[in-house]
Design a protein around this ligand. Structure first.
Ligand SMILES: Nc1nc2c(c(=O)[nH]1)N[C@H]1C(S)=C(S)[C@@H](COP(=O)(O)O)O[C@H]1N2
Ligand SMILES: [Mo]
Length: 337
């Protein structure tokens, strides 16, 4: 495939640059060298030499300095031939427990430069109401009375109590409460009357080059799979909607959240600008399913699975280190590989 070939050429170039950089980094950061070696060989030796996830995690997973030094915007994770791609398992459905009605999808964007001049500007992005169905739209919604609710797929319905609670208790904000799962409400969730853009997929997908990447997906629980992701580069998307500078500079972070606010992650802006960080719309050449994060999820080979947020409802630039679902539950915020 043409895109892949171009990408491989680009990969070779960037890899060469990253080797030079990494060598320089070793001179400057002698202390980090022991830790960086493993990451470096994983990056450069590619698929033949695969790291054991547990080892990566224990050794350097929590070391933000190493992950910043080695990755920056330049080093690339190995890519694989499409024939190596596996059927990615579904893991984690926080924020996905009801099926989103595709027509009601909007991407909230906050902190964008000159937002008020944009045709998709709204004075309060939080006022947008997402609509849900009990069944994924690709499933038969006929009256099948034989369906055993205890065997229902996790996309079908929130537990009854949860939904009832969501309707009553809106804290006077006029919208459903956020953070209905184990980690609770995010400290970074938007307050009412936050202005920004309300984007539809058609606003940006046709404007951005598409990319297919076959990369390794690693969950901190110890499993990894090679999967084929299709979508657009996050870097290209962010260039289309650049940040309003804060004190003359780019903001440091980006906060992302599911439409219901139940799952959320924080990223360093430079990680999202990495050329292999994708806004994913397809998995294994097919549109994402709801459980894999339709219509839009994130994938970056720089981070563990728990940073790969599915069903993105909000992308917000910020200078405050954003809250993060699994960081609240004790995992490392950086989750670096
Ligand atoms: N919205 C949302 N995104 C999520 C999660 C989740 O529970 N909810 N789980 C994360 C974890 S821990 C992993 S390993 C990956 C799994 O992605 P997959 O189900 O597409 O394999 O999604 C990540 N993104
Ligand atoms: Mo995970």
């Amino acid at each position: 495939m043409a895109v892949n070939e171009t990408e491989n050429a680009a990969d070779a170039e960037v890899l060469a640059a990253s080797r030079r950089r990494t060598r320089r980094a070793f001179v400057g950061f002698g202390l980090a060298a022991a830790g960086a070696y493993g990451v470096r060989s994983y990056l450069q030796d590619g698929p033949q030499q695969q790291m054991i996830p547990g080892l990566l995690h224990d050794g350097y997973g929590a070391n933000a300095a190493v992950s910043r030094t080695v990755f920056r915007e330049h080093a690339l994770a190995p890519t694989y031939p499409a024939s190596r791609a596996e059927a990615l398992r579904v893991n984690g459905v926080v924020g996905l427990k009801r099926a989103l009605k595709p027509d009601s999808y909007r991407l909230q964007m906050v902190g964008v430069k000159d937002a008020p001049a944009h045709p998709r500007y709204v004075p309060d992005v939080t006022a947008w109401e997402y609509a849900y169905t009990d069944l994924p739209p690709d499933e038969d919604q006929g009256h099948d009375t034989k369906t055993d609710p205890s065997k229902a797929s996790s996309t079908k319905m929130a537990p009854e109590g949860m939904q009832a609670k969501a309707e009553q208790d809106d804290n006077g904000t006029g919208r459903a409460p956020r953070g209905q799962e184990e980690a609770g409400e995010s400290d970074s969730t938007l307050s009412r009357n936050t202005p920004g853009l309300l984007l539809q997929l058609e606003d940006f997908l046709p404007k951005l080059p598409r990319h297919e990447l076959v990369l390794q997906f690693k969950c901190i629980e110890g499993w990894s799979q090679v999967a084929q992701f299709g979508g657009v580069r996050m870097a290209d998307f962010l260039d289309l909607y650049p940040p309003e500078p804060i004190e003359g500079r780019d903001p440091k972070y980006v906060y992302l959240e599911t439409p219901d606010g139940d799952y959320y992650v924080g990223y360093d802006l430079h990680v999202l600008r990495h050329p292999q960080t994708l806004l994913v719309t397809e998995l294994a050449g097919k549109p994402l399913t709801q459980e894999h994060g339709a219509p839009l999820r994130l994938y970056t080979p720089l981070k563990y699975g728990y940073k790969q947020i599915k069903r993105i409802g909000l992308i917000a630039y910020t200078n405050d280190k954003p809250d993060d679902y699994w960081a609240r539950l004790g995992y490392d915020w950086y989750a670096g590989l």
